[in-house]
Design a protein around this ligand. Structure first.
Ligand code: 48N
Length: 328
């Protein structure tokens, strides 16, 4: 099947030079409105294409159609989530686990996830020292079963399970979170401040201040790049303990006088660390819940090193704490 003749948007002029068609005129051309060319977009299976590549062609497109498909959706999302119910700052293992639990429990809530990296997932794409396998201590294997992530278990005698590649856990929880209709991930976007309200009882967190991450990283060498905002009554901050923005909300809370001082993460002690992080996940200031490794900076908890069960269960608890606030 030969592809339909592509209509050109340039009008040949009398002297043979091409004269561009003004965009307003292009927009009026029938095919500029993304009307699929008849017959060119027949749904096919991979099997139907196999072996017939010599006749293969994509259905025709105009570049502006791609641009509009992306920008219309992005700006509609920015508009919709400008007022969110919950904002999760940081899409690492803790933030994603919290997002999964919240989105599943409350499909009526609008959940915005703001992630500074282009790639969400934080430190959970690999185990320790860039090794592949991810260890989760029991009973965090319950969350793996909830997600349907396969793991190796040495049986009742063993106190932990192993996911053969950390990316299997992270890609699974990320995929499930992104499929919830009430969740929007804004990645490559940094929370660079918190929205606050001050009343007789002190500071209440009422949303986040955002900017493109690359912009946030250049406020020192480029002035006047103002941010955007998202209003929300509940913020769950899971920004980890390292990286360019690590422990962001905890540090910002101290600098605005909402917290006397940081406890400062202590040395590695797996047993102490994981229990403390899960049990300590809580609302640190009105409207702000902190979980995951960011909490170790608040409380002065130990670090646990290359084991991720506390991250998953801290996310589960952070979701539970957020729902308490909502149900008040
Ligand atoms: O993976 P992290 O860093 O954080 P957690 O708490 O989800 O998981 C921590 C875990 O990976 C460990 O550190 C393990 C268990 N090791 C412990 C140890 O002892 O060494 O994810 C945080 C995410 C990252 O993706 C950051 O890019 C993002 O948060 N982030 C932000 N996103 C938006 N705005 C910010 N200001 C910001 N700060 C960090």
């Amino acid at each position: 099947m030969s592809p339909p003749a592509m209509m050109h948007f340039q009008e040949p002029s009398s002297n043979g030079h091409t004269v561009a068609v003004p965009a307003s005129k292009v927009a009026n051309l029938p095919h500029a409105t993304a009307v699929p060319v008849k017959g060119a977009t027949k749904t096919q299976s991979i099997e139907e294409m196999a072996g017939k590549w010599s006749d293969f062609s994509f259905a025709p497109i105009r570049e502006s159609q791609v641009s509009r498909a992306m920008t219309r959706r992005y700006f509609a999302d920015l508009d919709a989530y400008a007022e969110s119910d919950i904002v999760i700052v940081g899409a690492g293992s803790c933030g994603l686990s919290a997002a999964y639990c919240l989105a599943k429990a409350r499909p009526d809530l609008k959940i915005a996830i703001v992630e500074a990296g282009v790639a969400p997932g934080g430190g959970a794409w690999l185990g320790g020292q860039l090794f592949s396998a991810m260890v989760m201590r029991k009973p965090a294997d319950a969350f793996l079963r909830e997600l349907g992530v396969p793991y190796e278990d040495d049986g009742a005698e063993s106190n932990f399970v192993v996911v053969k590649h950390a990316a299997l856990f992270t890609s699974t929880v990320l995929s499930k979170v992104l499929q919830f209709p009430n969740v929007k991930l804004f990645n490559a976007t940094a929370v660079e401040d918190l929205i606050t309200r001050t009343d007789g009882n002190g500071i209440r967190i009422a949303g986040v201040v955002t900017n493109w991450t690359l912009v946030s990283m250049h406020h020192d060498d480029q002035s006047c790049m103002d941010p955007n905002t998202i209003n929300a009554p509940v913020i769950i901050s899971t920004t980890g303990h390292d990286g360019p923005f690590g422990a962001f909300s905890a540090k910002r809370l101290v600098s605005m006088g909402g917290l006397p001082a940081l406890g400062g993460m202590r040395g590695l002690d797996m047993n102490t660390a994981e229990d403390a992080i899960v049990k300590g996940t809580r609302e640190i200031a009105p409207g702000l819940i902190i979980g995951g490794m960011e909490l170790s900076e608040v409380d002065g908890a130990n670090r646990m090193g290359p084991t991720f069960g506390a991250m998953a269960l801290s996310g589960v608890k952070a979701a539970e704490e957020a729902l308490k606030i909502f149900d008040v």
